[in-house]
Design a protein around this ligand. Structure first.
Ligand code: ADP
Ligand code: MG
Length: 342
């Protein structure tokens, strides 16, 4: 059995008639970074607040093997061994950065311990600055230093990079993730950014409307989505009706497809990723017309309309223009998901 730092089951939080969190299981294996990924309003922050003990609902929450919610006595937030980092790092405005980080520490070495933690986040030189003298990225790193300093077993991060500009975001993110890994801390990171979740997490938990759709590695969420929502929300996908006829084969408007051999026979939806579609020039394939061509720097995303109106997408490195006639083929094995939404 995996050693779980966090094992939360059946979390429910209702606001009036609406369940913001509706039976969610959230687990974090020790030493890993787990992304809780879903669109705005799906219940991510509410889930974090339940885990932190800032809010209460139904279900059980175990942290480090201790039942902190849903047991005989709920454990208060400060005794859960959990650290929190919000969208905007909240530092005490009247204390310098070093004092902020030392705040939760005890003993004669607290100031030195705080400075070591700042060093781990690449901001050792900022200990004497006041919070308002820091940039947004520096504030986030200082906030994480303060959170990590008392050595929590789990940190909960709520969209911590959301307010940072793109070029800076990646740098701050790398520094923060490295500090989390170097201190051996486990993390549950909330994000609505699927690219970010895929890039940084060991596991991705996909959430929508208070429910968990999938909990798997980034590769599995992308390659083997369990349902329509996950297939469309994580990565680009065009979903096409497909009849799975035998193990590994399906009929579709794009001809015969090789599908995941686990797909059951019957009506399914094939998940066509841009890399599943190739423009072919040997006369084979299906005729279509380029209806959009978006230059994206390293590549070009082409939207192609087939004769029957089906739209597919592919990555092309050549200068295809809108209106160009092309032929396309499906390549590789494609995933399928059930037709009905869960
Ligand atoms: P996310 O963090 O994924 O954007 P939230 O957890 O903040 O989503 O919110 C989930 C849903 O619960 C939203 O529809 C939100 O409007 C609702 N909600 C959150 N907090 C409250 C509250 N205190 N009272 C009523 N509704 C709330
Ligand atoms: Mg939120």
């Amino acid at each position: 059995m995996t050693d779980l730092v966090l094992d939360a089951r059946g979390l429910v939080r209702r606001y009036g008639a609406v369940a913001a969190v509706d039976g969610a299981d959230v687990a974090v294996p020790r030493g890993s970074i787990v992304a809780l990924l879903g669109p705005s309003g799906c219940g991510k922050t509410t889930t974090l607040r339940l885990i932190a003990g800032l809010d209460h609902g139904e279900g059980t929450i175990d942290i480090d093997g201790v039942r902190v919610s849903g047991g005989a006595t709920p454990v208060p937030p400060e005794a859960r061994g959990v650290g929190l980092v919000f969208q905007e790092g909240v530092l005490f405005p009247h204390l310098d950065v070093g004092a902020n980080v030392a705040y939760g520490l005890r003993g004669a070495t607290r100031r030195a311990d705080a400075e070591r933690m700042l060093g781990l986040l690449g901001i050792a030189g900022l200990a004497r600055r006041m919070p308002h003298e820091l940039s947004g990225g520096e504030q986030q790193r200082a906030a994480l230093a303060r959170t990590l300093a008392p050595r929590p077993s789990l940190v909960l991060l709520d969209e911590p990079f959301a307010h940072l500009d793109a070029p800076l975001r990646e740098h701050v993110r790398d520094e923060m993730l490295r500090a989390i890994a170097d201190t051996g801390t486990s993390a549950l990171l909330v994000t609505h950014d699927q690219a970010e979740a895929l890039a940084i997490a060991d596991r991705v938990i996909v959430m929508n409307r208070g429910r968990i759709h999938q909990d798997a590695t980034p590769e599995d969420v992308y390659r083997h989505p369990v349902d329509r929502f996950t297939a469309s929300f994580v990565g680009r996908a065009v979903l096409v009706e497909a009849q799975v006829t035998e193990r590994g084969t399906a009929r579709s408007r794009l001809g015969e497809l090789s599908v995941d051999s686990a797909a059951p026979a019957g009506d399914r939806l094939a998940v066509l990723r841009p890399e599943s579609i190739a423009v072919v020039t040997d006369g084979t394939g299906i005729a279509g017309r380029v209806v959009r061509s978006s230059f994206r720097g390293a590549d070009r995303l082409l939207r192609i309309e087939l004769a029957d109106g089906t739209i597919v997408e592919t990555l092309g490195d050549r200068d295809r223009r809108v209106g160009d006639r092309v032929r396309v083929a499906v390549r590789g094995v494609v995933a399928t998901v059930p037709v009905g939404d869960r």
